[in-house]
Design a protein around this ligand. Structure first.
Ligand code: NAD
Length: 248
């Protein structure tokens, strides 16, 4: 990936941070984009101290299409056109569907579904124009594949990301742009650790490996899809869940 530009959203924390560090470790120039600029800068500093490829931190709200277009203009103008786009930013709070009001539902869909739509809408045209092909990797969730109690709206948004991945894969193939999707199961990040302890323990007991994933284990699948090794793979949905949903 040396000298390739890779944009990762949600790069301040958890899975996105591990993906940004993993890509930087392959020599890519990573743009670590997040609502939390200080967190993205911390990811960049960690990559630098590990001697990895450069990481540039940028602030973006993926739920704001104007902010996403401003990010596109800044990245393409100042750094270059990304060859890799990873949509990892996400947000949810576990709770009963009947307690989810319209504002909560809108926020979940804006961040988890429309975020990837806005990022793809903004960055695919310059990727196509560059003519070098490219890779899009969306982080959905096993909740979007098989459903998840207490996450109904989020599961719907992530199911949308899966359908978006498959449809975009068809449209982008003629431009040699692969679009794939990684579905984490429970993963040891601030998002999962905010789940009430009893529910978290029950989820972990249900995983054949009896532990949540480490963020680096999700990043490994993303790095594969982002690499030339995945040149003939598109429209695919890979569950990385320790076997939790193998029957689903
Ligand atoms: P996390 O909370 O550790 O990180 C999420 C990051 O997204 C944070 O840095 C946050 O600032 C950023 N973010 C949130 N809203 C944003 C916005 N509007 N604009 C830009 N950035 C924003 O969570 P994580 O567990 O690392 O989640 C990463 C991805 O993996 C998400 O898409 C999540 O839905 C998905 N996922 C996580 C798990 C899990 O168990 N942790 C399971 C399945 C899927």
């Amino acid at each position: 990936m040396t000298n390739r530009i890779a944009l990762v959203t949600g790069a301040a924390s958890g899975i996105g941070r591990a993906i940004a560090l993993g890509l930087a470790g392959t020599g890519a120039h990573v743009v670590a984009a997040d609502l939390d600029l200080a967190g993205a800068e911390a990811t960049a500093a960690e990559a630098t101290s590990a001697g990895h490829g450069p990481v540039s931190a940028r602030r973006v709200d993926v739920a704001d299409p104007d902010a996403v277009e401003a990010l596109r203009d800044a990245v393409c103008g100042e750094i270059g056109t990304p060859r890799v786009l990873v949509n990892a930013a996400g947000w949810d709070v576990i709770g009963a569907f009947l307690d989810a009001d319209a504002d909560f539902a809108r926020k979940v869909v804006d961040i988890n579904y429309l975020g990837p739509v806005y990022l793809c809408r903004a960055f695919l045209p310059p990727m196509i124009e560059a003519g070098d092909g490219g890779k899009v990797v969306n982080i959905a969730s096993d909740a979007g594949r098989v459903g998840s109690s207490g996450e109904s709206v989020y599961a719907g948004a992530k199911g949308g990301v899966i359908a978006l991945t498959k449809s975009l894969a068809r449209e982008m193939a003629r431009h040699r742009i692969n679009v794939n999707c990684v579905c984490p199961g429970p993963t040891d990040t601030p998002l999962f650790n905010a789940v009430p302890e009893k529910l978290r323990e029950a989820l972990i007991r249900a995983i054949p490996f009896r532990r949540p994933a480490r963020p680096e284990e999700i990043a490994a699948a993303v790095l594969f899809f982002a690499s030339d090794a995945a040149s003939y793979i598109t429209g695919q949905v890979l569950s990385v869940s320790g076997g939790l949903t193998m029957a689903g």
